[in-house]
Design a protein around this ligand. Structure first.
Ligand code: ZN
Ligand code: ZN
Length: 280
């Protein structure tokens, strides 16, 4: 049975101005808990907008929220994925003002959208809410909007998690997304260092933080023809924040003989501004 939205919501039962104590309070609290559990079991809500789900085929997110993800096909900066003005097709991939002089081992990058709104909620629910059933739709989104980056590539390389983080999470969200891009997935990299959060580090600090953080697996390195040597590879990740992680992965692949490394991410996050010390 699926609740269709009629009747009071669980939150509507909390309008009593005073909470009675003792046995009455305990009974009432138990009643509220039972109702909440009942609503959760019988009337699942959309993970993003929390409206009751009425169509089982939508999975944990309603069709309205998915439709709000109609992402534009505007030209993007090939380095960071930010929207840029259209350029003639003969010119090299466009770059935004911030990335004009950036040196990067990544030939070009595509981001499905900004790390904001519905897209941010979906990624949060996949990673931290462990709703792995969102991966196919996010993969389809990346496949559709990132066709230019995927075109002509030989394989996908998901950005790996540190083994400890992978163990605690139970999955790598980048691998799950990559599995739904209809291309060979090569688990070519391993993360050898636990790295701190990057968002408040300078560019040099980010590079220092990520240096030697990734290695190409020896099995992949050994099997030249079926591994990375001479291949055009696409790194896959859920979010690009500073770009340092993707660049460290790309450098490791190029050192192992990859012909070209591109990147496809579901979302592009703006790095937080560095904390400026308060004037004395
Ligand atoms: Zn929704
Ligand atoms: Zn840029």
């Amino acid at each position: 049975m699926i609740w269709t939205g009629s009747g009071a919501t669980p939150s509507g039962t909390n309008s009593t101005p005073e909470r009675p104590g003792g046995l009455v309070g305990l009974l009432r609290a138990s009643h509220h808990l039972a109702r909440s559990v009942g609503y959760t079991l019988l009337a699942p809500e959309c993970l993003v907008c929390e409206t009751p789900l009425t169509e089982a085929a939508d999975g944990p997110v309603c069709s309205s929220c998915w439709s709000r993800l109609q992402l534009g096909q505007t030209p993007q900066c090939a380095v960071c994925g930010a929207p840029v003005a259209p350029t003639p097709p003969s010119e090299r991939p466009a770059r935004c003002g911030r990335c004009l002089d950036a040196r990067t081992p990544i030939a070009r990058l595509h981001a499905c959208g900004a790390y904001d709104g519905v897209l941010r909620s979906l990624i949060h629910e996949l990673k931290y809410g462990r709703h792995v059933s969102l991966a196919p739709r996010l993969g389809a989104l990346a496949r559709t909007t990132g066709y230019e980056v995927l075109n002509g590539a030989d394989g996908l390389v998901p950005v790996p998690l540190h083994p400890v983080r992978r163990l605690f999470r139970g999955f790598n969200q980048a691998s799950l997304i990559a599995q739904h891009l209809d291309m060979p997935v090569i688990l070519a990299l391993r993360r050898t260092r636990w790295t701190a959060s990057q968002t408040r580090l300078s560019a040099a600090g980010r590079q220092r933080n990520m240096r030697q953080a990734f290695r190409v697996r020896w099995r992949v390195r050994r099997h030249g023809a079926t591994g990375v040597r001479g291949r055009i590879l696409v790194l896959v990740d859920d979010v690009r924040t500073t770009g340092a992680t993707l660049e460290a992965c790309a450098s490791a692949l190029l050192e192992a003989g990859a012909a070209e490394v591109r990147a496809l991410v579901v979302a592009r996050a703006e790095p937080l501004p560095r904390r400026v010390p308060a004037p004395r």
